[in-house]
Design a protein around this ligand. Structure first.
Ligand code: SAM
Length: 299
């Protein structure tokens, strides 16, 4: 195990709430060995350059997650306020976005099986299949993790990123600078997928919509707008969750089949799909989250 991962474990062990996260790190280490450790090491090295207080961020982020999951387990719904309230109180809130939400999300790619599973799938089945010098779009790029992951592995690729939070631009710009991604490889701008992205039809070879559709009240409209932007034969990498609450989750889905039908309705066919079920790995947990991944092709 790398020194940074060991340090992280020691950091987390002091927080009694996060015992489950240590188990997840251990499971990922056992299951994927060097592959996981290298990925975790790269993220932790980036986190070090970004100079976060890992302990504080993890504590707040995990505390909020447990609070939200507690609500979901009690009431069977996400129970968050309407979308405009979420924008005002969360996406437009500098303290939350810059000091908890985005750094916490970035760290989660190290210590949650559900997010690591998505990253692994992206690396195996999506990034290698992008055509040479492909031009892509990411909607809801947030902290910029997927921009960093794709662009550092594919120096020939360019991505335009759009997000409704002005802090996404600030955070991701810093992450990409510190993560050594040249500015020529990306362009970041404000964009609301529900109001329409200011780009012509069929411009992109691929689209990324990672952890986006559970955040909007009308995911079908978001998917329609994404489909408009992708060229025929272009790819979509989409991730989401079922039964997994966060401070800004507003739409829950019934099943992977329901999500597949929604994607297909906008003219995509499925290339790969996967559902990761938390309780398959941790049968004792009350956390029944499912991680969903689709790689789809525009017909
Ligand atoms: C959970 S983050 C996902 C970040 C990143 N894609 C990832 O997977 O790690 C969700 C992001 O979606 C953005 N978002 C929410 N509603 C949006 C909308 N209508 N249009 C564009 N972005 C939106 C939020 O600002 C936030 O940055």
């Amino acid at each position: 195990m790398s020194k940074r991962l060991k340090d992280l474990e020691e950091e987390l062990i002091r927080l009694p709430m996060t015992a489950g996260f240590i188990e997840q790190i251990q499971l990922l280490t056992q299951r994927y060995g060097k592959e996981y450790e290298e990925s975790a090491e790269a993220i932790l090295a980036l986190v070090e350059k970004l100079d976060f207080d890992i302990s504080r961020i993890s504590k707040i982020y995990i505390y909020d997650y447990l609070k939200q999951m507690h609500y979901f387990l009690n009431y069977g719904s996400y129970g968050n306020k309407d979308y405009e309230n979420i924008r005002e109180e969360i996406y437009d809130n500098e303290e939350i976005m810059m000091n908890t939400y985005y750094p916490g999300l970035l760290m989660s790619y190290v210590y949650t099986t559900i997010l690591y599973d998505k990253l692994k799938y992206c690396n195996e089945f999506f990034i290698p299949d992008l055509k040479k010098s492909a031009k892509g779009i990411e909607i809801g790029f947030g902290e910029g993790f997927y921009l960093w992951e794709i662009l550092r592995k594919r120096k020939d690729v360019h991505i335009d990123g759009f997000d409704v939070s002005e802090y996404a631009m600030k955070f991701a710009q810093n992450l990409l600078d510190k993560g050594d991604v040249p500015e020529e490889q990306y362009c970041l701008a404000y964009g609301n997928v529900l109001e329409g992205i200011n780009v012509e039809d069929s411009v992109y070879d691929f689209a990324v919509a990672a952890e986006l559709i559970e955040h909007v009240p009308n995911p079908q409209d978001a998917l329609r707008e994404i489909a408009r932007l992708v060229k025929p034969d272009g790819l979509l990498f989409l991730t989401t969750v079922i039964d997994s609450n966060h401070m800004d989750h507003i739409t829950n889905f019934e099943s992977i089949n329901q999500i597949e039908k929604m994607i297909q309705k906008e003219g995509f066919c499925t290339v790969e799909k996967r559902q990761y079920v938390m309780t398959d790995d941790f049968p004792e947990t009350k956390d029944k989250s499912k991680g969903i991944i689709f790689i789809s092709r525009k017909m």
